[in-house]
Write a protein that binds this ligand. Structure first.
Ligand SMILES: NC(=O)C1=CN([C@@H]2O[C@H](COP(=O)(O)OP(=O)(O)OC[C@H]3O[C@@H](n4cnc5c(N)ncnc54)[C@H](O)[C@@H]3O)[C@@H](O)[C@H]2O)C=CC1
Ligand SMILES: O=C(O)C(=O)COP(=O)(O)O
Length: 321
C-alpha cells in the first residue's frame, strides 16, 4: 500500500505506517499536479489537511484511490459523498484536535479582552508618553470570569470550549439547531473529575441577548450564521471568535459592527478568502488574527498522525482478509 501525505503528517504517524510496512511518500505536490502524481506513483491512500482540495474531478481521474484521509476534523475540502459513491473509504480524526482548537479560542478571547494583539503591534514604538498612552487606552479591558460565554455548536470543540469557560468561572449559553442536553466531564490533573449538565437553546435571539463572548464551533455552513440581523441583536461590546470556517460569519459586516462599536473585538482563525484574507481584516486593530492554526499543535498533530495511521492499517487488514 502506498500513501501520499500531501499536506504532511507527524513523525509519529509516519513511523506507525512504516512499522506496518506501509510505504509513505512525503512529497508536497501542488494542487494542479496531484492527479498525475497519484496515477504515476500508484498511490492508494491520499492524506490531506485543509490545503489540498479533493473534488470530483480528482476522484474521477484517480480510479486507483482506495482511501482518502483527512488529518483533522472539517471535511469541507473533500467531496465526501461523491468519493463514498465510488467505493472510496473516507477517514478523519474527529476529536484529536478539539482541545487545541478550544485553547486557541481562549487565547484569542483573552487577547481581545486585554488588547494583547494590539500591545504586541504597538509596544515597539518607544517612549514614556507612548507607554502611558497605551496603558490608558488598554484599561478598557475585561475579565472573562463572571461573563457569559456563548457557544454556537455543541459538538466536540464546542464542548471543550464550554469546559474551559466553566473552569474560568463563566456562565454558559449554547446555541444549537434543536435543543439538546449533554453531560460534560471536567477532568482535573490529579485524576478527579466533575460532571455537569448543559442544555442548549435553539432560540438565537435569546442567545445573542445573553452572550458577552461568542465562539463559533460549527462545520462550514452554506449561509452565514452571523450576519447583520444577528449582529444587531448582540449585546453592546460583545467579543466574537471564529475558529470554525470562513463563511459562517459575514466578514464585511463584522468590520461595520466593529467600527460602530457594537463589537468590541473579534478574532478570526479562518477566512472567507483563505489563504489570502481581505486587507481590511488584516489592517483592523480590533481583530486578533491567526493563520488557521486551531489544530496546529504538536500534541494534536501527533494524535492525528497516529489515529490516521491506525485507521489505514485496520482498513488494509480488512481488505486483505
Ligand atoms: N481552526 C481550525 O484549525 C479547526 C477548525 N475546525 C472546524 O470546527 C468545526 C467543528 O468541529 P467539531 O466541534 O469537532 O465538529 P462536530 O461535528 O463535533 O460539532 C459541530 C456541531 O455544530 C452543529 N451545527 C451545525 N450547524 C449549526 C448551526 N447552524 N447552528 C448551531 N449548531 C450547528 C452540529 O450539529 C454539531 O453538533 C469543524 O467542522 C471545522 O470546520 C476543526 C478543527 C480545527
Ligand atoms: O481539522 C480541521 O477541520 C481544521 O480546520 C484543521 O486544518 P489544518 O489541518 O490545520 O489545515
Amino acid at each position: 500500500m502506498k500513501v501520499l501525505a500531501n499536506d504532511g503528517i507527524s513523525k509519529a504517524g509516519e513511523n506507525t505506517l512504516r512499522e506496518a510496512g506501509i510505504n509513505i511518500l512525503d512529497n508536497r505536490v501542488a494542487q494542479d499536479h496531484v492527479i498525475n502524481f497519484i496515477n504515476d506513483n500508484n498511490v492508494d491512500v491520499l492524506l490531506v489537511r485543509s490545503a489540498t482540495k479533493v473534488r470530483q474531478d480528482l476522484i474521477d481521474a484517480c480510479p486507483g484511490l482506495k482511501i482518502i484521509g483527512r488529518g483533522g476534523i472539517g471535511m469541507d475540502n473533500i467531496d465526501v459523498e461523491y468519493a463514498k459513491s465510488k467505493g472510496i473509504k473516507i477517514i478523519n480524526t474527529p476529536t484529536a484536535s478539539s482541545k487545541s482548537v478550544a485553547e486557541l479560542v481562549f487565547g484569542h478571547f483573552i487577547s481581545l479582552a486585554r488588547f494583547l494583539h494590539e500591545s504586541n503591534r504597538l509596544m515597539p514604538l518607544e517612549g514614556e508618553t507612548h507607554f502611558n498612552a497605551m496603558k490608558k487606552s488598554f484599561s478598557n479591558a475585561y475579565e472573562l470570569s463572571g461573563k457569559t460565554l456563548g457557544v454556537i455548536g455543541f459538538g466536540s470543540i464546542g464542548q471543550e470550549v464550554i469546559k474551559i469557560g466553566i473552569a474560568l468561572g463563566m456562565k454558559v449559553t449554547v446555541l444549537t439547531r434543536s435543543p439538546k442536553t449533554e453531560v460534560l466531564t471536567l477532568n482535573f490533573f490529579d485524576g478527579q473529575s466533575v460532571n455537569f449538565e448543559i442544555t442548549s437553546t435553539n432560540d438565537m435571539d435569546a442567545f445573542l441577548k445573553e452572550a458577552d463572548f461568542i465562539s463559533i464551533n460549527t462545520p462550514k455552513t452554506n449561509e452565514y450564521i452571523i450576519d447583520t440581523p444577528q449582529f444587531e441583536k448582540m449585546k453592546d461590546g460583545v467579543y466574537i471568535v471564529n475558529t470554525a470556517r470562513g463563511g459562517v460569519i459575514n466578514e464585511v459586516t463584522l468590520i461595520d459592527f466593529i467600527e460602530s462599536g457594537k463589537v468590541a473585538g473579534a478574532a478570526l482563525d479562518v477566512f472567507e478568502n483563505e489563504p489570502n484574507p481581505e486587507l481590511p481584516l488584516l489592517m483592523n486593530p480590533a481583530l486578533s488574527l491567526s493563520p488557521h492554526v486551531g489544530g496546529n499543535t504538536v500534541d494534536a498533530q501527533e494524535k492525528i498522525g497516529i489515529e490516521l495511521a491506525e485507521q489505514i492499517i485496520k482498513l488494509q487488514k480488512e481488505t486483505i482478509r
